[in-house]
Design a protein around this ligand. Sequence first.
Ligand SMILES: *[C@@H]1O[C@H](CO)[C@@H](O)[C@H](O)[C@H]1NC(C)=O
Ligand SMILES: *[C@@H]1O[C@H](CO)[C@@H](O)[C@H](O)[C@H]1NC(C)=O
Ligand SMILES: *[C@@H]1O[C@H](CO)[C@@H](O)[C@H](O)[C@H]1NC(C)=O
Length: 624
Amino acid sequence: MLSLAKLLLLSTALAAVASAAPTQESNYPDYCSLLAKAQPGQITYQQVANCYRSVDFNLKQAKEAIDTLTTFYNDAFVFRDVAMTPNLKAPFTTSPVDAIASLKKIGQKQYKNDFDFHHDLALLAMSFNDAHTTYAPQCYSSHIFLQPLQLYAPVINGTQSIRVYHDATKSGFENCEVQRINGENPREAGFSKDAGVRFNHALASHRYWAKTKVWLDFPGLFSFQPRLPETPYVDYVLKCDGRYAEKFRGQWEVLSIVPDGSFTDRESFVSNLCMHSKPDANSQPKNVMDPNALDTLLGMLYEREHGEQDPSLKDLPDAKLWASNNTAVYQLKSMPHIGVLVVPSMEMESKTEIPAIQEYLSLIAKHGVTNIIIDMSGNFGGEEEFSALLPGVFFDIRGDKSLHAHKTRFRVTPAIQRLAETDLHDTEHSTYWDPTNLADIETFTPFKTNPFTSRVVDLTFNGRSAAFSQQVYGNYDQNIIDSSITHPWSNDPSKIIILTDSQCGSACGMTSNYFVHRHGVKAVAVGGHNNTPLSVFSFPGASVLDTDAYIDSFEQLGLKPTIQRLPYANSASVGVTLDYSGNDTVPLEYNPTRFPAAYRLDYTPATAYNHDQLWAAVAKTAWK
Ligand SMILES: *[C@@H]1O[C@H](CO)[C@@H](O)[C@H](O)[C@H]1NC(C)=O
Ligand SMILES: *[C@@H]1O[C@H](CO)[C@@H](O)[C@H](O)[C@H]1NC(C)=O
Ligand SMILES: *[C@@H]1O[C@H](CO)[C@@H](O)[C@H](O)[C@H]1NC(C)=O
């Protein structure tokens, strides 16, 4: 997400104007009714801001929310204490956060309106620089915001500058240098403890979109915000070749991501969109981690670029495409011995996708490919099982299953112990804490007893301690991989390279860590700040759990949950597993030595616009 906290500081004046909208004192006009009546395509920033800010602050609900989050963070959030670490070593630049103290402070504050309260909680969640920790009420995430300019940061003749990547206004700003944004030097945004990764998150990037099997330009978080931006517009100072610096004011384009007719006025906005309805699989709250929300956005961008009916897909790379579905394989025309496996997400059904990948790889091997680039561009994570199995397609580990497993700890409380005990004997349901889904790290066999009641340890980070489980492994079915299939690059790390734009998060980070640290595969990270090492991944740390899933886990098993549902439909989640790389004692998420890529590659205008050129540059870097 955009660095809301920073923008908040530098746009106080504008924010003051925006929050001058009447709240309790004047209930007329009904701003949400005006918003509901706005035509799609003509919704303004101010209409959304006025509606959001017209909802009254409700002290009772606020206290409930703070109570729930405090218990949830205390009982389940594995980074509660380690997040307070000051002076993290390079490449990390993130500030320490004390989650519990921050919640208390927010709980003691009087708010002018409801939105500001929830906004503070969202800022707190974002301050961990880890996309597993989110706070996004559905109603205040009902609209997304796009700038007309997308930015990138190529290095030209040794100098890096922020430039316009795409100009939707067609004013000829493409490749103009961006000197100021809202009066400041442009800065990073996003989810990572590495500033170079946050910079990449802010900028435009390529993404393979499995749904249509085409490549799209993803706008980056300078240009796309999933919640109300701090300022109603963005003021740029642009320097175009041969022209004087000129000012440009970019208004936010607003898109509604809730169905038409979801609300008609403030009352229905609150009751239909804000309030927690009965859990319903079809109305999951949206946040940027939610693949459905990303898909919605990508769909909208795709339609805009190509038109809804236009079947002429501008399938970006010119390389020979041999097969594509949820993943894709290409062969470079300029270097036909080099192939590319595109893995845009880990949101994959292992049982079908692992065999598909094995088949795709066999196809390109048959056509002369001997070296392979695994392109993880824009991969934001997904299934842990897939992350554990993917490296097994490249490296035969029949001898040692532990090579593709991270030792993992959960928080332990008496309620969690009861939950696991009940789940152990319940054949119908399976929660995160189901012992039969976890394996003993010595024997690699699934638990038949409750691992949460033995070998519990107190771990102290930054002077605060909490109870954690023994280390366990996930229990995944390695037999999904057909180990009889081999390729010219099998078991040879010198013929395999990972391409990452460092957005690679969660399960993508975990899989990359197996490739790099267990097998010695090198990664090429592209972008970031020039002359500065760049991380392979953004937030590799853990599995994600939201308050609803936590409560559902108890209720499914007939147990009483330890927290109440948040008053609002919400995507309020935390990292729930503490994962370690190998025998490390520092958790992966907070271990800077595990992050930097072997190679960092600058974007140039050529490689930023053209994925073929990027692949060629990666191949030259890896196999010069
Ligand atoms: C980069 O350097 C080349 C060769 O010195 C020069 O021709 C070109 O104009 C330079 N480009 C920019 C953008 O400065
Ligand atoms: C592509 O993936 C979908 C599931 O996402 C699957 O149903 C379909 O069979 C796949 N197609 C091919 C040709 O593998
Ligand atoms: C972890 O330590 C064990 C025991 O000393 C050793 O056998 C194993 O190879 C180590 N694993 C890694 C990944 O370093």
